[in-house]
Ligand binder design. Structure first.
Ligand code: ATP
Ligand code: MG
Length: 373
C-alpha cells in the first residue's frame, strides 16, 4: 500500500481551497504529516483553523508524537509562512542562559557577553517562535515571558531600550503542565497565556489506524534512501506492529522500520520481535481510568467500551454481544461505525454473522485484534 499523500503547498491559500475543512478520506498529508485516523484528522482540522489566526498554541503529547512537526505545520499554514520559524528547545539551553537566549543581551551584560546579541524573539520578528519543552522554564524566565506576552515588549539583558516584536508563539511540552500549575511549579497566568488554543497529539496506541500507513511511509522513505528494493511489509510483521504499544510513538516506529530495512535481505520487510522491546501488550490507562480519560463524549465512551470488550473477550463477538446485551448484528454495526479492529478482522466478524452461534463469531481472534485505541 502506498500512502496517498496530498501535497499542500506551504501557503495559507492552498489550505483554504481544501474543500472547506473536509479532510480527504484516504490519508492525510499536511506538511509531511501522515496518517488516516479520525483522531489525527481532528487534530489537523484544529491545526488548520488555528493556523490562520495569531493565537498562541500549546501542543501537548508524549515523546515522538509529532509535536515539532505539527508546530511546523502551523507555521507553514499561517500568513507568516514566508518568514522564519525559530525553534528553541528550552531543555537544551544551558541552565541560566535561557533569558539571554530568548531576549538577547547587550555587550557586557554578564561575564562572557563580549558582544551584543539579539535574542530569539527578535530573530522571530514577524514569524513564529516555537518554544519546545516549556515545562523546563525556570520561574525567573517564566516572569519575563509573561511580560512579553502581556505587554508585547521586553529589553535585552543589560539593556534599557524597550523592544517590540510581532511574534506568533507556539509552545510544546510532553509534561502535564496543568498538574505543574497545581503544584506551583508553573505560573498559572503564564499557562493561560500559552494555552489559548491547546492541541493534544494522541499517542500512537490511541490511533492504531495510523500504524500501517506510517509504517509503509517510513518503509518507502528508508528503502529509497538506502537504495533497497522492498515493496511491502510481511503480514505477520504488520500484525506485530499493530499489537505493539509504541512507548516512543512515531519516532520509535520510524527507527524500527529503518533498522528492519537495514537488516532485511529484500523481498518483504520483516520486523523481528526483538526489535520491539518491553512487554508489547502493556498499555497504560487500561480499565476505568482509560475509559474516561480526557472527558470523552457519550459516543466516544461507547466506542471505547465496545473496543474494551472486544479486547478482553479477545475478539469473541458472541461473548462481547452477550455482555452488552445486544445481538451480534447490532454489535457488528457498532464495530463498523467505530471502525474497530482491522479491515480483515471486520470481514471475519461479518462472515461470522452469516453463521449460527457455533460459527466464526464465537471464536476468539486474539492474535489479530488491534487492542484498545
Ligand atoms: N504523522 C506523522 N507523519 C510522518 N512523520 C511523523 C508524524 N509524526 C511524527 N513524525 C516523525 O516522527 C519523528 C518525531 O516527531 P517530532 O520530533 O515532531 O516529535 P515530538 O513530539 O516533538 O517528540 P519529542 O517530545 O521527543 O521532542 C520525526 O522524525 C517526525 O518527522
Ligand atoms: Mg520535539
Amino acid at each position: 500500500m502506498t500512502p496517498q499523500l496530498l501535497s499542500f503547498q506551504p501557503v495559507t491559500g492552498a489550505l483554504a481551497v481544501s474543500t472547506a475543512g473536509v479532510l480527504p478520506d484516504s490519508a492525510v498529508g499536511l506538511a509531511g504529516i501522515v496518517g488516516r485516523s479520525s483522531v489525527l484528522r481532528h487534530v489537523l482540522e484544529r491545526m488548520r483553523r488555528v493556523a490562520a489566526t495569531d493565537a498562541s498554541v500549546l501542543i501537548t503529547g508524549e515523546t515522538g508524537t509529532g509535536k515539532e512537526l505539527l508546530a511546523r505545520a502551523i507555521h507553514q499554514h499561517s500568513r507568516r509562512a514566508a518568514r522564519q520559524l525559530v525553534p528553541v528547545n528550552m531543555a537544551a539551553v544551558p541552565e541560566g542562559l535561557a533569558a539571554a537566549e530568548l531576549f538577547g543581551h547587550e555587550r557586557g551584560a554578564y561575564t562572557g557577553a563580549d558582544r551584543a546579541r539579539a535574542g530569539r524573539f527578535e530573530v522571530a520578528d514577524r514569524g513564529t517562535l516555537f518554544l519546545d519543552e516549556i515545562g523546563e522554564l525556570r520561574p525567573d524566565v517564566q516572569v519575563l515571558l509573561l511580560r512579553v506576552l502581556q505587554e508585547g515588549e521586553f529589553e535585552r539583558l543589560g539593556g534599557t531600550v524597550s523592544r517590540r516584536v510581532d511574534v506568533r508563539l507556539v509552545t510544546a511540552t510532553n509534561r502535564d503542565v496543568e498538574s505543574e500549575v497545581r503544584e506551583g511549579r508553573f505560573r498559572q497566568d503564564l499557562f493561560y497565556r500559552l494555552n489559548v488554543f491547546p492541541i493534544r497529539l494522541p499517542p500512537l496506541r490511541e490511533r492504531p489506524d495510523d500504524i500501517p500507513i506510517l509504517a509503509d511511509h517510513f518503509l518507502q522513505q528508508t528503502a529509497a534512501r538506502f537504495d533497497r528494493c522492498i515493496q511491502s511489509i510481511e503480514p505477520e510483521s504488520m500484525r506485530r506492529l499493530l499489537r505493539y504499544a509504541w512507548p516512543g510513538n512515531i519516532r520509535q516506529l520510524q527507527n524500527v522500520i529503518e533498522r528492519s530495512v537495514i537488516m532485511s535481505d529484500g523481498g518483504q520487510l520483516v520486523v523481528a520481535d526483538s526489535s520491539l522491546p518491553d512487554a508489547p501488550q502493556g498499555r497504560p490507562e487500561r480499565g476505568e481510568a482509560g475509559l474516561f480519560a480526557g472527558n470523552p463524549t457519550l459516543e466516544e465512551i461507547k466506542k471505547r467500551y465496545v473496543n474494551h470488550l472486544l479486547t478482553v473477550t479477545r475478539g469473541n463477538m458472541v461473548r462481547a454481544a452477550a455482555i452488552l446485551d445486544v445481538d451480534r448484528r447490532s454489535l457488528y454495526r457498532m464495530v463498523e461505525r467505530y471502525q474497530l479492529g482491522t479491515p480483515d478482522l471486520r470481514r471475519h466478524w461479518e462472515d461470522g454473522l452469516a453463521t449460527r452461534d457455533s460459527g466464526l463469531g464465537t471464536r476468539s481472534v486474539d492474535a489479530e485484534f488491534i487492542a484498545e485505541p
